[in-house]
Write a protein that binds this ligand. Structure first.
Ligand SMILES: [Fe+2]
Ligand SMILES: [Fe+2]
Length: 158
């Protein structure tokens, strides 16, 4: 399964959308390097990079969920934890496993991560979009109310 960013994946938060783009790019690279015989070091380095990126992304995403009042944060967080555990298991199997185990992991890893990524956004993260939009509408409203008060204040405005 080829993986590529599509604007329909955007949840409307620049930082989270940038994370998702970077995760997709890294998973796409993993798909490429695991499709041939595979350079073990490059593969382990790409999986470790993805693990680190996901770790930071999940923290940023969960913090955003608190700020926007997203429901079911705990269930969402469990999904994040499961992926981190899976990536850790892949890394340790890769470190201690024989060539046969490594080949078995590589046969499905890239595609299953690509499927997970699309699922992560379209069945989970996308639900944040209306909350992100409502929060930015509230902020815009608050800042224009502040502006209109200062614009018309006899000691501040013209
Ligand atoms: Fe998520
Ligand atoms: Fe996410």
């Amino acid at each position: 399964m080829a993986i590529a960013w599509d604007d329909s994946f955007a949840i409307g938060d620049d930082e989270i959308d940038a994370d998702h783009r970077a995760m997709m790019a890294l998973i796409g690279r993993l798909q490429t390097i695991t499709s041939g015989l595979g350079d073990g070091e490059a593969i382990v380095s790409a999986i470790s990079q993805l693990r680190d990126l996901c770790f930071g992304h999940f923290l940023r995403e969960e913090a955003l969920q608190h700020r926007i009042g997203f429901p079911d944060i705990e269930a969402h967080r469990l999904g994040h934890q499961m992926l981190l555990k899976r990536l850790d298991a892949v890394l340790s199997h890769f470190a201690v496993g024989c060539d046969q185990i490594r080949a078995g992991i590589l046969r499905t890893l890239g595609d299953s991560l690509a499927t997970w990524m699309v699922f992560h956004i379209t069945r989970g993260d996308i639900e944040m979009r209306p909350y992100v939009e409502a929060t930015s509408r509230r902020r815009r409203g608050a800042s224009s109310r502040r502006r209109s008060v200062t614009d018309h204040h006899p000691l501040i405005g013209a």
